[in-house]
Write a protein that binds this ligand. Structure first.
Ligand code: SF4
Ligand code: ZN
Length: 340
């Protein structure tokens, strides 16, 4: 599809106008020239000291993702499973991988969050339908017996850490079940830089050492993980979605309130505003200085479910046992993925 063609919008999703705004929502003067082709520029990228027309912005964005993909050992003919939530990051990741010629399949996890989960699945279905992309959907409640809101009511831990743990395990299992080797997520430059800052502030050395846009497999039931968007910022992704007419679900998960990761991102945004390029310098200086990640052979196998874990029992089985012991309605006793 030519960059000037627009995909349509789906009802209830973010509507896309043809007007391209700056990241800072401040129009460029009419005399601004595209850094690459010298036509009129409509998109400013202060962190790159560049202004672009739409076409050259798309070229710039795809080149950044291609640069990331060249660092990952993905075979040209293999299918990449893309974890999609219906938000801008995951849909942009899926779109750009398809645009770059990669074979992909989407996977959506329905968390059972009223309103949000339906809208999220709807966004994925609409996007996949327009681009004729294959995808599969799984319900957390159908697999584990509990929706995320159910779990939130029953545990004291912050819901995002529990939700993240469950999603990680299910995505691993789905990748293996689909017969695939690689799973891609939509984590972007802001996510990775914010996470690095948070880990440094708290001196979480284990997490810092494992932070990488590519993680090799450390267990036969663990896929390789890639983050194709780690070199592009959230603002650049928003612009890519606008230019390419990608209709995504706007608005955060209603359970995300109070997540501390936002504060580290906000701190970096403040620095970026005063010193454009700070986020990139911060993340890339760290990534360039560290050795390529190796598969860590410290994984065991959960004696209950057979999934990879530290020790003898995985944290999902531990959680499910605790939930089943708690008073409440009768739940499924196993956590197998129901047949399609
Ligand atoms: Fe899960 Fe938290 Fe993300 Fe919501 S914000 S989807 S609860 S991890
Ligand atoms: Zn287990």
């Amino acid at each position: 599809m030519d960059v000037n063609e627009r995909e349509g919008t789906a009802p209830g999703l973010a509507s896309r106008g043809n007007r391209i705004m700056l990241h800072e929502s401040r129009p460029l003067p009419e005399t601004a020239k595209c850094t690459r082709c010298r036509k009129r520029a409509v998109i400013a990228l202060p962190s790159h000291h560049a202004n672009f027309c739409e076409e050259c912005f798309v070229f710039f964005f795809r080149r950044a993702v291609l640069r990331a993909m060249k660092k990952f050992p993905v075979k040209a003919d293999e299918t990449i499973l893309v974890a999609v939530s219906g938000g801008k990051d995951s849909l942009a990741a899926w779109a750009v991988l398809q645009d770059l010629g990669y074979r992909t399949k989407g996977v959506h996890l329905n968390l059972g969050i009223p309103g949000f989960s339906e809208a999220s699945e709807e966004a994925v279905a609409a996007f996949a339908g327009k681009r004729n992309l294959p995808w599969v959907g799984y319900s957390i409640e159908a697999v584990f017996g509990y929706s995320i809101p159910d779990i939130r009511r029953r545990v004291r831990r912050p819901i995002c850490s529990v939700c993240g743990m469950i999603k990680r395990q299910l995505l691993n299992r789905v990748t293996i079940r689909e017969g695939l080797r690689v799973i891609a997520t939509g984590h972007n430059l802001d996510d990775e830089a914010g996470r690095l800052l948070g880990n440094l502030v708290r001196n979480r050395r284990d997490y810092i050492e494992k932070q990488s846009p590519y993680l090799p497999s450390a267990h036969p039931r663990l896929p390789e993980k890639i983050k194709p968007l780690y070199r592009v910022s959230a603002d650049e992704i928003r612009t890519y979605c606008r230019v390419r007419g990608i209709a995504y679900l706007e608005g955060a998960c209603p359970l995300s309130r109070g997540a501390t990761s936002h504060m580290f991102k906000d701190a970096l945004d403040m620095l970026e505003g005063k010193m454009p390029g700070t986020k990139r310098d911060f993340l890339f200086a760290y990534l360039d200085a560290r050795p390529a990640p190796k598969a860590v052979e410290d994984f065991g196998t959960c004696e209950q479910c057979g999934e990879p874990c530290y020790g003898t029992r995985c944290s999902v089985c531990t959680l499910l046992d605790r939930l089943r012991e708690a008073p409440g309605r009768e739940k499924r006793r196993d956590a197998s993925i129901p047949p399609e």
